[in-house]
Design a protein. Structure first.
Length: 419
């Protein structure tokens, strides 16, 4: 794949940087921008950890988007790897000569902005412009105090090298002003946006949602009672009784920031204290799986709580979820919440990051305190007990998503930032 080429007439050369190729919100953002701007611009995406093994690589390849791998770029701080990654980034920028360097996530924001200075890249005698999209400030994550302080200082120091800082939520913009990371003139808020989703019908796919894939062990399930469903959903199995209950679900990578331990604790309260018959479901994979499986076992929820693993195009299954839950302790602007809003699902979400900009309490959903399973359980119970309220909140959320969180609006605002 050649590095040097000219952009389309009148277009720009844009180089997107993201730390990992594992597919999450920031990777989706980079893909949506690159895929929708590739016809008028010359675009490429660069990333490190997971490399060719990440889902992002597959999606970029399928859509004929050029990409580069930075071998030593890792998500966590690693002095030796960071040293080598720094020079790999410099070399890539020098070879590609982008008009715009668009950084995504804190790690590459810090390394990439300094590397861009050393690369001194110019095209048509104009210095490369550096933009940085904040997908939730890393110092708001559940990290040790010293590490939060390090990231705060590093973000503040490297902000001086960036031409614009895009915040995906007004919450993050206000945090930047509060901590004096950058002047207001450098900051702008552009909400994430999605194209309309082609949802599966609820009747056809309700049963598929109550699934576990072959990698997940549920001691409480009798293997003989599992039946294989539709051929197009390979590897998924279901306990038929689960299709007769409410399905309360969430979609996301199994990361600490998603607060799924509080979702499990809320499920325990609803089932064992309030005796609510429901199936709880998380679609996604990640490093917290073993810890979450241990919690499910601790609360004897093996027959009620399913860690379904990754499912292709999981958002298309949302109409079959009765209540959507976002239990995060840190968020930028959640793509999965936008998907749930598009599907018109009643939502119970934590009051963190950009969540209140989407889920306006008692208008487009219900908000709970973060890291508080009792409050989260109470909000879920309210939606279960008041179906008319739940349906109305879902309708309002759907209307809000169509107007405020659509892909066209995001693209136009980002192109204005580039210009």
């Amino acid at each position: 794949m050649p590095i040097k080429e000219e952009p389309a007439s009148g277009g720009k050369k844009i180089l997107y940087f993201i730390t990992q190729s594992e597919y999450g919100g920031a990777q989706r953002y980079c893909f949506d921008l690159a895929n929708n701007l590739k016809n008028g611009q010359s675009v490429a995406v660069a990333f490190g950890e997971q490399g060719n093994n990440g889902k992002l690589t597959k999606i970029l390849t399928e859509n004929n988007i050029k990409y580069f791998i930075i071998p030593h770029l890792k998500r966590n701080i690693s002095p030796i790897n960071d040293f080598f990654a720094f020079f790999e980034i410099i070399k890539l920028i020098k070879n590609y000569h982008p008009n715009i360097i668009h950084l995504n996530s804190s790690k590459i924001s810090i390394l990439g902005s300094i590397a861009a200075l050393f690369a001194k890249s110019k095209i048509e005698n104009q210095k490369s412009k550096i933009l940085y999209t904040v997908h939730g400030w890393v110092f708001n994550e559940p990290l040790p105090g010293w590490l939060k302080y390090f990231y705060l200082r590093a973000e503040k120091f490297t902000a001086r090298f960036k031409d614009k800082i895009i915040c995906v939520s007004e919450f993050d913009k206000q945090a930047a002003l509060k901590y004096k990371i950058a002047p207001a003139s450098k900051l702008l808020t552009i909400h994430n946006g999605l194209a309309p989703i082609n949802f599966y019908s609820k009747g056809k796919f309700r049963t598929i949602l109550a699934t576990v894939n072959s990698r997940v062990c549920h001691p409480g399930l009798d293997p003989g009672s599992r039946v294989k469903l539709h051929e197009q959903v390979s590897g998924l199995r279901v306990k038929p009784a689960m299709t007769d209950t409410f399905i309360i679900g969430s979609i996301g990578n199994l990361y600490k920031t998603k607060g799924y331990e509080y979702f499990i604790q809320a499920a325990d309260i609803l089932i064992n204290k309030h005796h609510i018959l429901a199936t709880f479901l998380i679609i996604g994979e990640g490093g917290e799986r073993k810890n979450l499986e241990a919690l499910i076992k601790k609360y004897h929820l093996e027959n009620n709580f399913i860690l379904a693993g990754s499912i292709e195009q999981a958002a298309r299954l949302l109409p079959a979820i009765d209540i959507y839950v976002c239990s995060s302790v840190k968020e930028g602007l959640s793509y999965t919440l936008i998907e749930a809003m598009q599907a018109g699902r009643p939502i119970a979400a934590t009051d963190v990051g950009g969540n209140p900009e989407m889920v306006v309490n008692e208008k487009t959903g219900l908000l709970s305190k973060p890291a508080d399973p009792n409050d989260l359980a109470e909000k879920i119970k309210t939606l279960l007990n008041n179906q008319a309220l739940a349906a109305e909140l879902g309708r309002r959320a759907q209307a809000k998503a169509a107007v405020e969180f659509n892909l066209k609006t995001m693209l136009e605002a980002t192109k204005r930032a580039y210009n």
